[in-house]
Design a protein around this ligand. Structure first.
Ligand code: SF4
Length: 374
């Protein structure tokens, strides 16, 4: 049932090369986070999302300090080792200082075009829209130059429909996990979400639609009594950790990952008014540590999410050394604790291969949750 998704995630370069040939479209590497893939699709590109990987860092340290996050370092490693040779151009947002600076590195070191959609840091919606109107125009022109195609209203509408469908299917998958804890294993769940980073949306939608159809055929939840966790962090990798969750019979019932729910929650892009549409897309609906939006406070949001998901506790998932995530975490943990929610955190590197210590900590936290509820 999950094999096609595992196959994609275990064979990323082969998958991307295969579809690059079949689609005959330039591969655009999309850096974290929230660059609307719809724009790339509408310009005739093939967007591939780069949220980091598990390569040991060998070459990136020559360009980035070792205290940069392992997401940025491992993505740079791909280009430096020539693994990303099929990527013709890169799309950035200005999500954090690391990404703003790494774009400069790409611009200076590699001959590939880079384009950026800067996310404004302003208090009002009006100021956001003023700023975004010029930024969107230049990002679209950059895409048109790279692909050689004009973005039309028809291509934008079709792209919005396609990716809107992807996220709607993924939201259904999330809902299923919340409503039937244990029905989908944690490793399988995140493999399915991750496969979307590399597959063309049309192919992915077909696979996920079939999977949901099979799951909804009525398999009963297997492990309703499992300890239920909500996880919060930037990226849900390293994927290799989830078999430990499965062995411990822990059910992740929801998450607040930038490449998980924070992206999946985004509704269809409004293409009638693209500036309004992209403003809503970037600033909502789920708040993010990297997006300044005083009207969308993460504290009550996360508390509400815990209550709605039925999670017994929250695991903060810290990828070293993501500053925006680290800055938010102490207050979020304190807030949830003050509201009676058990919390803990683990720190991880994407290149980790030994999860024994992390598994022990997760196991201890879950045991504590089970004791508290019995
Ligand atoms: S993990 Fe954090 S520091 Fe690294 S690129 Fe993402 S937001 Fe920036």
């Amino acid at each position: 049932m999950y094999e096609p998704f595992h196959h994609v995630v275990n064979n990323v370069p082969q998958t991307v090369l295969q579809y690059e040939r079949e689609l005959d479209r330039p591969v655009i590497g999309v850096m974290p986070a929230y660059f609307p893939l719809e724009l790339i699709e509408a310009a005739g590109g093939y967007p591939v999302q780069l949220w980091g990987n598990n390569l040991p860092i060998e070459k990136a340290d020559a360009y980035l300090q070792s205290y940069c996050c392992s997401v940025a370092r491992s993505v740079l490693e791909l280009e430096l080792r020539g693994i990303a040779h099929m990527v013709k151009a890169y799309a950035f947002t200005s999500l954090c200082d690391t990404l703003i600076n790494i774009r400069e590195t790409y611009r200076r070191v590699f001959p590939k075009p880079t384009l950026v959609l800067s996310i404004p840091i302003t208090r009002t919606e009006k100021a956001r829209k003023n700023y975004l109107s010029s930024v969107i125009k230049s990002a679209m022109e950059g895409l048109e130059d790279i692909t050689g195609n004009k973005i039309s209203s028809a291509s934008l509408n079709a792209a919005a429909k396609l990716y809107g469908r992807t996220r709607a299917l993924q939201r259904r998958f999330y809902r299923l996990r919340r409503e039937a804890p244990g029905l989908v294993g944690n490793y399988d769940f995140y493999t399915v979400i991750k496969a979307a980073f590399f597959l063309p949306a049309e192919i992915y939608n077909g696979l996920l639609g079939d999977l949901l159809h099979g799951l909804l055929e009525g398999v009963a939840p297997e492990n309703n009594e499992c300890p239920k966790l909500l996880i919060s962090g930037m990226v849900f990798d390293p994927l290799a950790i989830y078999p430990i969750f499965d062995e411990l019979k822990v059910c992740v019932v929801d998450d607040d990952f930038a490449n998980g729910w924070r992206s999946v929650a985004k509704v269809d892009l409004n293409t009638e008014n693209l500036v309004d549409g992209i403003t809503d897309f970037l600033f909502g609906p789920a708040p993010c540590c990297c997006i300044y939006n005083p009207d969308n406070d993460r504290h009550p949001y996360l508390l509400d999410k815990v209550r709605q998901s039925g999670a017994d506790g929250v695991l903060f998932w810290y990828i070293k050394f993501c500053e925006p995530d680290a800055f938010d975490r102490p207050q979020l943990m304190a807030y949830l604790k003050d509201h009676g929610i058990p919390v803990t955190f683990i720190d991880l590197e994407l290149s980790m291969t030994n999860f024994e210590a992390v598994g022990t900590r997760i196991g201890a936290f879950c045991e504590m949750l089970q004791n508290a509820s019995s």
